[in-house]
Design a protein around this ligand. Sequence first.
Ligand code: CA
Length: 225
Amino acid sequence: MRVLVVEDERGLAAAIARGLTEEGFTVSVAHDGADGLWSARHEPYDVIVLDIMLPRLSGYEVVRRLRARSVWTPVLMLTAKDGEYDEADALDLGADDYLSKPFSYVVLVARLRALLRRGAPARPAVLAAGDLTLDPARRRCERAGQEISLTAREFMLLEFLLRRPDEVVSKTDILTHVWDENFDGDTNIVEVYIGYLRRKIDAPFRRHIIETVRGAGYRLLGTGG
Ligand code: CA
């Protein structure tokens, strides 16, 4: 079983890694949120131990971004009672379990084993608007029963809009969630990609599902246009 430990207190991270290795886990360690997010997205871990207060990207942001990108690896969050977030927040944010610092090592191993037995949480249902469907788990998009091939970025953009039906979303929201909050290129990239999506999901079907809301952003019609 592969475990990713994201913890900036190096002594604690090393102790957790050593202990889990002795229990038979294969352990990788990341010391900040950005590295942790990268590893969690690119390596097949069975479970993630994630501290909340981390440099570069909080554990809160790491789990939110993982779930937004359909990475469902179980996450056990390490919370501090006096921290910015508490246990209830951890679960709301998409973590599967939490443990308050300081914790007993035996309890940590027991909780990880329980998470592994439970397996990855249920995948989200297929998203739909009218005759358009998007299946995040299978990476498939269809309209009127016809499969539509999307690039990874187009897929993320459409998923983002489908999760907010009938809401006006700004270009900034889209950039932050579909690109990166540190994106410093031309914001017209959003318009360009909305154009690509429309050509694939709207134009061939003559019904427009993505509306431009002048001066505000875009709105995906939950009824499918
Ligand atoms: Ca920390």
